[in-house]
Design a protein around this ligand. Structure first.
Ligand code: FES
Ligand code: FES
Length: 357
């Protein structure tokens, strides 16, 4: 690419003395011959036709010309041509092409970078002059801080001036982009965890997974025979099917392996954590008496402990459920309790997949 031609066609570039330099823009290598007074923004716009990068203030104040140079955000109106020698530049056009980034798959705008998709969804595109630079600033931020604090967002946007609408839509867009990163991260964690457990032998598998069904590693042992598993869902469904297909006495032993809820009788660490979350360690005397009385009535009636997945519940909803379920027939309650066991196992499995188990 020789920018002397653009001088002849009337641009502001000075024809001499000229320098030749190589640089990479959006993954493509270029050689350009330019005046030493040319700026990176001139190379991009006039030399390479990448007009997505805008020029506004030309003194480094507005951020309209922001691009990444060797992964750092720069104002291309302030970068002299020689400073871009052998550098790798990413412009808004490179972002749209993906450059190895994860794209917003499945969206109506497939092919957009997920930051652009987030801007689109949240009304972050406010004007054509500022948005390319804003988007590049957000990319530079999220490259370094994938889950930025508010101050980091403010700092990152401090070089990009908006004089029209303000920053609310842009900040919402950043939050949406961050959610996308976190969701992608969860998926990667899940994929890596499932690979790990698919490599486990029978014993390792039961040791790692067996506890999600209270004191009942036989479920994981049986489920392992169906490995490898495609994902968390398939693993959970397999274990759940082991329970469903077990004979009645095994199912009963599974129910009886659970601790009494709210009575602080022998309970496992995992159950203690779950009960604390539901506020069952903060009962008044009256509440404790009521829980104990209903629980006794329950155990006398059904001959297994009251089981409820307490995540998202509180002592009031648990007490209501206990009262209600006392009206069930034995068969209804047996089935309800097993469903709750599955829910508990599901929550515990989620914790394992998220590294909290
Ligand atoms: S045009 Fe470069 S900062 Fe305004
Ligand atoms: S987004 Fe360009 S002036 Fe506000």
């Amino acid at each position: 690419m020789d920018l002397r031609n653009s001088v002849e066609s009337g641009t502001t570039l000075t024809p001499s003395p000229l320098i030749t330099l190589r640089l990479e823009v959006n993954g493509k290598k270029h050689q350009v011959t330019v005046s030493p007074t040319a700026r990176l923004v001139d190379i991009l716009r006039d030399g390479l036709g990448l007009t997505g990068t805008k020029i506004s203030c030309e003194i480094g104040r507005c951020g309209a010309c922001a691009v990444q140079m060797d992964d750092k955000l720069v104002h291309s109106c302030l970068v002299m041509a020689y400073q871009a020698r052998d550098k790798s530049i990413c412009t808004i056009e490179g972002l749209a092409e993906g450059l190895g980034e994860e794209l917003a798959e499945g969206s109506a705008n497939e092919g957009l970078h997920f930051i652009q998709e987030a801007f689109l969804q949240e009304g972050g595109f406010q004007c054509g002059y500022c948005t390319p630079g804003m988007t590049m600033a957000v990319k530079a931020l999220l490259d370094v801080h994938p889950d930025p604090a508010t101050e980091q967002i403010q700092e990152a946007l401090s070089g990009n001036l908006c004089r029209c609408t303000g920053y609310a839509g842009i900040i919402r867009s950043i939050r949406r982009a961050v959610n996308h990163i976190n969701a992608s991260e969860d998926m990667r964690n899940e994929a890596s965890f499932i690979q790990d457990i698919n490599r486990m032998d029978h014993y390792e598998f039961a040791h790692k997974i067996g506890w999600v069904y209270e004191h009942s590693p036989w479920i994981a042992k049986k489920a392992w025979e169906s490995s490898p598993f495609y994902d968390r869902e398939e693993l959970m469904q397999t274990m759940s099917a082991v329970v469903q297909n077990a004979d009645a006495s095994l199912k009963l032993s599974l129910l009886r392996a659970h601790p009494d809820l709210g009575t602080r009788l022998k309970i496992t660490d995992a159950s203690q954590k779950e009960q604390k979350g539901a506020g069952l360690d903060q009962l008044s005397n009256d509440e404790l008496t009521k829980f104990q009385s209903l629980n006794k009535q329950y155990v006398d009636t059904f001959d297994f402990p009251f089981i409820m997945a307490v995540k998202g519940q509180n002592k009031t909803t648990i007490l209501e459920a206990l009262q209600l379920r006392l009206n069930n027939t034995y068969e209804q309650e047996f089935s309800t309790a097993l469903k709750e066991v599955d829910k508990i196992a599901g929550f515990r499995l989620d914790g394992l997949f998220q590294g909290r188990g």
